[in-house]
Design a protein around this ligand. Structure first.
Ligand SMILES: [Zn+2]
Length: 343
């Protein structure tokens, strides 16, 4: 319980389907922390709640759709390497030395950095689940936590991929998909990628996720080199995921840089979403995702920073600007694509 309050701002963006821009507007919040009214001040209902006047624009908290925020402590390491060498030679050995207490401290610091730039929710793929939950709970932000599930050199110190999968399932079965104050913690599954898990593992993890209505969050087609074998044997990573039945539930594909027209149509037909990470993709020279084509096909696209070790920071506003600029570069035109709804 908290005290009701009326927020007043020069600009309020409710982020409704029509992308409304309300000038000199109010947002009323009740004693349960729920929004009860949004609209122009001139037509707002009378009330006795204290008024707090804010500068600038007032809008919902941003959602970072792909992050490994605890990697904040690895920021800057191996910055000039391509993805696979960066992972195998620098990141995975460094992460092998992290303990739960390191992750708790790193996630706490990262949550504050996210909040500083307006991001109240992040979709995280990381390890040491309790440490991440502790940090988010302490800071007061929100997380969709998809603990990493991986079968790659060095990661067996945390157990087999089956054990990682079962740990998530056991947590959801015991406490539900969402838990904590105001259900600020949501659990899902984070199979790392098609190049770090065998096809039967992807199928199994997807089955566990689907059975529980949980999100499956996976790196997809970030670079051409990472999943060369999957492309050779299955045509593409989305085709492989579909072949093993992994695209049937709530699926969030991180990056999705190297997608053909068929891949995009497949993701659209299965209702999968894509987390677009332009900063990370640019730094690792992974390429420019086909965001305009994805949106035109009806695929839901969110923005992500990726881990702060590859993306350098956790600022979604910087990603927003970069996404717009790179879309123009990719289309070779400064004209924006036709306006779509905000939903
Ligand atoms: Zn990532």
């Amino acid at each position: 319980m908290s005290r009701p309050i009326r927020l007043v701002a020069p600009v309020v963006l409710p982020c409704d389907p029509g992308c409304s821009v309300l000038r000199d507007a109010v947002v009323d919040i009740d004693e349960n922390g729920r929004i009860t009214h949004v609209g122009p001040r001139a037509t707002a209902p009378a009330g006795s709640a204290p008024v707090r006047t804010l500068p600038g624009a007032l809008l919902p908290g941003l959602v970072n759709t792909h992050a490994h925020t605890p990697m904040i402590v690895l920021r800057g390491m191996g910055g000039d390497l391509p993805l696979m060498r960066w992972l195998q030679e620098v990141m995975w050995p460094a992460e092998g030395r992290l303990r739960a207490s390191d992750v708790r401290t790193a996630m706490t610091s990262g949550c504050i950095e996210l909040l500083r730039t307006g991001c109240t929710t992040s979709v995280e793929m990381y390890f040491f689940t309790d440490a991440v939950i502790d940090a988010v709970s302490a800071v007061g932000s929100r997380v969709v936590l998809t603990p990493g599930i991986i079968a790659a050199p060095g990661w067996d110190r945390l157990g087999s991929w089956e054990r990682m999968r079962d740990d998530v399932s056991a947590r959801i079965d015991a406490a539900g998909l969402r838990s904590g104050p105001a259900e600020r913690i949501e659990l899902g599954y984070g199979p790392h990628a098609a190049y770090t898990l065998p096809p039967h593992a992807l199928a199994s993890v997807a089955e566990h996720a689907r059975a529980r209505g949980a999100l499956m969050h996976i790196h997809v087609a970030e670079t051409t080199e990472e999943d060369r074998a999957q492309r050779a044997s299955h045509g593409s990573v989305p085709a492989l995921l579909d072949e093993v039945g992994a695209l049937g539930g709530r699926v969030l594909a991180a990056h999705g840089v190297h997608l053909s027209d068929d891949d995009i149509a497949l993701l659209a037909s299965r209702g999968a979403a894509v987390a677009h990470c332009p900063g990370s993709n640019a730094k690792l020279a992974a390429g420019i995702a086909r965001v305009t084509a994805l949106r035109r096909a009806g695929v839901r696209v969110g923005l992500g920073t990726d881990g702060p070790a590859s993306g350098d920071d956790l600022d979604l506003w910087a990603e927003t600007r970069l996404a717009g600029l790179l879309a123009r570069v990719a289309a070779a035109t400064p004209r924006r694509s036709p306006r779509r709804s905000c939903s």
